[in-house]
Design a protein around this ligand. Structure first.
Ligand code: SF4
Length: 177
């Protein structure tokens, strides 16, 4: 059983746990600490926990939830705490236009910094209301105005330098309203 791509999860949504393999796996029933290997090398536990994760239908969602909330305990989504630390930076730099669009549509999505930046860029381009932006970003309207001013200045700088925006930024762009 595999999971193509995790559905866009609202902050705090735990319903995916109903499909967690570790909730029913015989290995986890036999050893309640299976997913919490000790501080010293606990290779056999880690191996068994990974095995359960590899067949879990919500593995990607589980990993995403652990990375989002900084869950440092045990094996999550097939990765140990140290392995999650190693992928954390890449995770924090992701920019998925579908997640930005979902946030704009009212979903309480945990946006990364580049996703928030894209949201602000989009808001400038489409003249989005400050109140909507404030509610999506969970900041005051005064703060929104500051962010918009910054984005207008940055946008003008980019245009002035003959379109030097990065390929990553382009890949993240939310479609025009
Ligand atoms: S990926 Fe692993 S830790 Fe996460 S829910 Fe599935 S079995 Fe449990």
């Amino acid at each position: 059983m595999s999971e193509e791509r995790p559905a866009i999860r609202a902050r705090g949504d735990q319903t995916w746990q109903e499909r967690a393999a570790c909730a029913v796996a015989v290995e986890a029933v036999r050893d309640p600490d299976l997913f919490f290997p000790g501080p010293v090398a606990d290779d056999e536990r880690i191996r068994l926990a990974r095995e359960v994760c590899s067949s879990c239908a919500v593995r990607k969602t589980c990993l995403e939830a652990a990375l989002e909330c900084g869950d440092a305990a045990g094996v999550r989504g097939g990765l140990t705490e140290a392995e999650r630390r190693a992928v954390r930076q890449k995770f924090d730099l992701r920019c998925d236009p579908a997640r930005v669009t979902a946030a704009l549509a009212g979903r309480d999505v945990h946006l990364t910094r580049p996703e928030k930046q894209e949201l602000i860029r989009w808001a400038v381009a489409s003249n989005t209301s400050n109140s909507l932006l404030a509610s999506v970003l969970k900041v005051s309207e005064a703060h929104v105005q500051k962010l918009l001013r910054q984005e207008r200045r940055t946008g003008a700088d980019v245009e002035g330098s003959a379109g030097t925006s990065s390929a990553g930024q382009a890949a993240c762009q939310v479609a025009a309203a």
